[in-house]
Write a protein that binds this ligand. Sequence first.
Ligand SMILES: [Zn+2]
Length: 82
Amino acid sequence: MPIYEYQSVESKHSCVHCRTGFDHFHKSPGTLEVCPECGAAVKKLVSAPNVGGSESGADDRAKSAGFHKLKKVSTGEYEKLY
Ligand SMILES: [Zn+2]
């Protein structure tokens, strides 16, 4: 069940619900074209979910946690990347 984020495309015809964007839980396939609250035309926003995370994100977390990333250069030898 996908959850998409939508936002009104025309600020004149928008309500509190869609002006700043809202998440819509899809019970059926397809995309929402109008705000369910006020009927204004909405567009689907491409949002990057904060789950999972990329490898670089893991690096950033390790970095901020004070860890250093070591790259194995050869046997028993490590290069400090940062
Ligand atoms: Zn609305």
